[in-house]
Design a protein around this ligand. Structure first.
Ligand code: ADP
Ligand code: LRH
Length: 472
C-alpha cells in the first residue's frame, strides 16, 4: 500500500498523519501531534513558526517512509522572505489588532468591487488588510516573496516557491472568476505585484525534500488543498450534492460546495465567501466563530477536563442565555468568560453563573449560528440541503452535534474528526495514482472506511425559533 504524510496545522494544534491507501482502503494513524501556541512579543501576537516547523520535522521523522508529503494550515497568514530566501520577521497571527482599521481600506478599494473580483467575505484579517496594515515597514520594503504558511513550510522543505490556489483564494487578492492573482486590485492596494508567487494547484508536484531536512528517507512534497478547510471539504463523506458541511474546529466553516461562485449583492450583504476548493469547486460558506469560544474559556479557567464539563453543560437548562457567536467582540484572545457575560448584560440577559452554564450558552449559541449559516447558504445558493455533515474536532462534541441537528431541523452526520488530514492524504493518493476519480469517488472511499455518528433532529423547532428571535 502507498503511504502519504498529511501535515495539518490547525490554530490549536498541529499534527502529522500517515494515510495508507490502497484498493478500498484508507487507514490513518497520527504520527505526531504538537500544540500551536501563539506568542505575544512587543505588543504583537505572532505564530511560533519555527516551533511549528520543528513539529513538522519531528512528525515526518516519526511517520517513517512515505511516498509524499502534503501540507495544509489555517488560511490568510503568511511569511515574507527576502531576495536570499530569509524569513523577514515572525508571521503575525490573524487575531492581532493591527488590522483594526480594515474598513477604511475596504471603503477606499470599494466593497462591491472587492466582492465582484474576489468573492470573499469581509474578515478584518484577510491577507489584503494585513498587508495594507504593514505598509511602510522595512520588512515589506525588503520582501521579495509572500508565502502563505503551508507554502512557507513547503519552501523550507524543498526550496521551491509557489502559492497553492485554494489558500491563495483566501487572501482577498485572488480573482475568483479567472483563478489568478487579482493584479489590478494588488496594484490599487499599493502592493508590489512581484510579491505573489506563481500559483500551483492541488495535485501538483512541488519538489523533492532537501537532504538537510534530515529525514531518514527520500520523499517529495505534493500540493494539496493547502487551506485546511479545502482539505476538510474533500474529506466530507457526503453522498450526492444535497448536503451542507460544517468544518468545526477553532472555527466553524459552514456552507455548501458549488461549481461556480455566487457574487450577488444579497450574498455580499450576507458576508458569504466564495473560496476555491479542490478540483476547481467553490466553497460557498461563512466563518462562524466556532469552538474558539470554548477554547478561550478553558484557557482562562486553567484548562480543566472538557468531557465532564460538557456532560454538566448538557444537564444545564437550554437557552439560559444566548449570544451572537459571530459578534466581532469575540474575535481577539483573552477574557472570554467576561466578554460573554458583558454581552449578556448588554442584551438584557442574566449572564451564565457557572462554568457548565457558560458552556451551555456557547453550545446553544453555536448551534444557532450553524442554523443561520446553513439556512442562508441554502437560500443564497439555491441548493437543497437534506443533511449536514459535521467534521473536525467538533465531531467529538456530541452535545454540539445534537444541538446543531435540533437547530437546523436536519440530520447531522458527524465525522471524520480528522477530515482535513483525510482530504490532504486523498489528494496526494490521487496524484500518485493510488486512487482514481472525482471528489464523489474520494468521498465514497471515506464513507466506506469511516464510522459516522448520526444525530436526528428532535422536535423542538419553536424553541429554536424563539432563541433565534431573541438575537435578532
Ligand atoms: P483546529 O484544527 O482548528 O485547531 P480541531 O479540528 O483540532 O481544531 O478541533 C479542536 C477542537 O475539538 C477543540 O477545541 C475541542 O473543542 C474539540 N474536541 C477535541 N477533543 C474533544 C473531545 N474529546 N470532546 C469534545 N470536543 C473535543
Ligand atoms: C480554519 C481557517 C478558516 C479561516 C481561518 C483563518 O482553520 O482556515 O477557514 O478563515 O482559519
Amino acid at each position: 500500500m502507498n503511504a502519504f504524510a498529511a501535515v495539518d496545522l490547525g490554530a490549536s494544534s498541529g499534527r502529522v498523519v500517515v494515510g495508507r491507501v490502497g484498493a478500498g482502503r484508507l487507514d490513518l494513524t497520527t504520527a505526531h501531534r504538537f500544540p500551536n501556541q501563539p506568542v505575544r512579543a512587543a505588543g504583537t501576537l505572532h505564530w511560533d513558526v519555527l516551533a511549528l516547523h520543528a513539529g513538522v520535522l519531528a512528525g515526518l521523522r516519526a511517520a517513517g517512509p512515505v511516498d509524499s508529503v502534503g501540507i495544509d494550515s489555517w488560511a490568510v497568514d503568511y511569511g515574507l522572505v527576502d531576495a536570499t530566501g530569509a524569513l523577514l520577521g515572525n508571521p503575525v497571527h490573524y487575531r492581532d489588532a493591527r488590522t483594526d482599521g480594515w474598513r477604511a481600506t475596504a471603503e477606499r478599494l470599494g466593497e462591491q468591487r472587492l466582492y465582484a473580483t474576489t468573492g470573499l467575505q469581509q474578515l478584518p484579517f484577510n491577507t489584503l488588510y494585513q498587508l495594507v496594515a504593514s505598509a511602510g515597514t522595512p520588512q515589506l520594503a525588503a520582501a521579495r516573496h509572500l508565502l502563505l504558511i503551508p507554502d512557507l513550510i513547503a519552501y523550507w522543505l524543498t526550496g521551491e516557491l509557489g502559492a497553492e490556489e485554494t489558500n491563495a483564494s483566501t487572501t482577498q487578492l485572488y480573482d475568483v472568476r479567472t483563478r489568478a492573482w487579482a493584479t489590478e486590485l494588488i496594484a490599487d492596494a499599493g502592493l508590489p505585484a512581484g510579491l505573489f508567487p506563481p500559483l500551483r494547484r492541488p495535485g501538483d508536484r512541488i519538489g523533492q525534500v532537501r537532504a538537510d531536512a534530515g529525514l531518514p528517507y527520500p520523499t517529495e512534497v505534493v500540493a494539496v488543498g493547502s487551506h485546511d478547510t479545502a482539505s476538510a471539504v474533500v474529506g466530507v463523506p457526503a453522498d450526492g450534492t444535497d448536503f451542507a458541511y460544517i468544518s468545526c474546529g477553532t472555527w466553524s466553516l459552514v456552507g455548501v460546495e458549488l461549481d461556480a461562485p455566487v457574487l450577488t449583492e444579497a450574498s455580499r450583504l450576507a458576508n458569504f465567501t466564495n473560496e476555491g476548493g479542490v478540483d476547481g469547486t467553490i466553497r460557498y460558506l461563512r466563518n462562524v466563530m466556532g469552538l474558539w469560544l470554548l477554547q478561550e474559556c478553558l484557557r482562562e479557567w486553567g484548562d480543566p477536563d472538557l468531557e465532564p464539563l460538557l456532560r454538566a453543560a448538557e444537564a444545564s437548562p437550554a437557552f439560559g442565555a444566548v449570544v451572537d457567536a459571530d459578534d466581532p467582540v469575540f474575535l481577539p484572545p483573552g477574557g472570554m468568560p467576561e466578554r460573554i457575560a458583558a454581552y449578556c448584560r448588554r442584551t438584557g440577559q442574566a449572564p451564565p453563573s457557572t462554568r457548565p452554564a457558560v458552556l451551555r450558552c456557547i453550545m446553544d449559541s453555536l448551534a444557532l449560528a450553524h442554523r443561520r449559516a446553513v439556512r442562508a447558504a441554502a437560500e443564497l445558493s439555491g441548493r437543497d440541503i437534506a443533511v449536514v455533515h459535521l467534521v473536525g474536532g467538533g465531531a467529538r462534541n456530541a452535545l454540539l452535534c445534537q444541538l446543531t441537528a435540533d437547530a437546523c431541523g436536519l440530520p447531522v452526520l458527524a465525522g471524520p474528526v480528522e477530515a482535513t488530514a483525510v482530504g490532504n492524504v486523498l489528494v496526494q493518493a490521487r496524484a500518485a495514482g493510488a486512487v482514481r476519480g472525482d471528489l464523489a469517488a474520494l468521498r465514497k472511499l471515506v464513507r466506506e472506511t469511516h464510522e459516522l455518528h448520526r444525530f436526528e433532529p428532535r422536535a423542538d423547532a419553536t424553541a429554536w425559533d424563539a432563541a433565534d428571535g431573541r438575537l435578532r
